[in-house]
Design a protein around this ligand. Structure first.
Ligand SMILES: Nc1ncnc2c1ncn2[C@@H]1O[C@H](COP(=O)(O)OP(=O)(O)OP(=O)(O)O)[C@@H](O)[C@H]1O
Ligand SMILES: [Mg+2]
Length: 249
């Protein structure tokens, strides 16, 4: 193979240190990671191991101190400020544990927000928003504001918004951290479907082995480095949890 395929993620020797008053926090200490082609992947590891930091860097929300990051055919270190803005808006989507919806806007308008920011006409962005609302099983909820939606529905609105420009990669940081089992399963099924049917690469940080059973492969972080990875095929939830714990300690 000549090089990474579209949607591939490749990190080489990535480091990130947060300067603190009393001591430096070495959040990432040389991450090497390759995620091939489309698929649904999990990032696991103990609290403080650097999972969120890693996700932020891959989504270009922050920059590494050293090392290189390639996502969806873009070498992030080579991008200008303008290109980085376009990359964040068009090539990747990001979903967090908190849904970060605009409380005064309806579900339909929340999902359409990226189109508004990108100068799309109202009819064009609402038609795209409706398409995503339908895809995420939110029919009938279009005109509800976030406070009239369940946690699971709010998270699906936030996923729909992240998918507005059909990004090659969707990053999710503990997307079901605040949801009950049923709502969580619904979200995992949607993310899995995105990866298998739409060929989106989905990278999800999770503490939950049940979530990781939906993924093809699990990457484990320990002390700011990838300590190992394994494929989930044939593993049940308990076996998966054991594998992740072994690699995480
Ligand atoms: N903005 C920041 N300033 C200073 N230190 C930070 C900052 N963000 C993260 N850290 C530190 O970097 C390390 C890695 O944090 P990170 O949030 O990436 O871990 P995590 O694996 O996502 O943990 P969790 O599972 O608790 O979410 C931790 O020691 C954390 O305290
Ligand atoms: Mg985190």
């Amino acid at each position: 193979m000549s090089g990474p395929l579209a949607g591939t993620i490749h990190l080489s020797q990535v480091t990130k240190t947060y300067p603190q008053a009393l001591r430096q926090v070495h959040a990432l200490q040389g991450v090497d990671l390759t995620i091939e082609m489309s698929g649904f992947y999990a990032v696991m590891g103990p609290s403080g191991s650097g999972k969120s930091t890693l996700l932020h860097l891959m989504a270009a929300l922050d920059q590494p101190d050293s090392g290189t990051i390639e996502v969806a055919d873009c070498h992030l270190e080579n991008l200008s400020e303008g290109d980085l803005t376009r990359f964040r808006r068009h090539h990747v989507g990001v979903v967090f544990q908190q849904y970060n919806l605009i409380p005064t806007m309806t579900a339909l308008d929340n999902v359409a927000l990226p189109g508004l920011l990108d100068g799309w006409s109202r009819s064009r962005r609402l038609s795209r928003s409706q398409e995503l609302i339908d895809m995420l099983d939110l029919e009938g909820r279009e005109h509800h504001r976030p406070d009239a939606l369940s946690g699971g529905e709010q998270q699906r609105v936030s996923i729909a918004r992240a998918l507005f420009f059909s990004p090659a990669v969707l990053f999710a940081d503990e997307p079901t951290g605040n949801l009950d089992t049923v709502a969580s399963q619904h979200v995992w099924e949607i993310l899995e479907k995105l990866a298998t049917e739409q060929e989106t690469t989905v990278v999800m940080v999770t503490h939950d082995p049940a979530a990781a059973t939906y993924c093809r492969e699990v990457f484990v972080l320990r002390d700011g480095r990838i300590s190992g990875s394994f494929e989930t095929e044939g593993l049940d939830e308990a076996e998966l949890a054991t594998r992740a714990q072994q690699l995480g300690r």
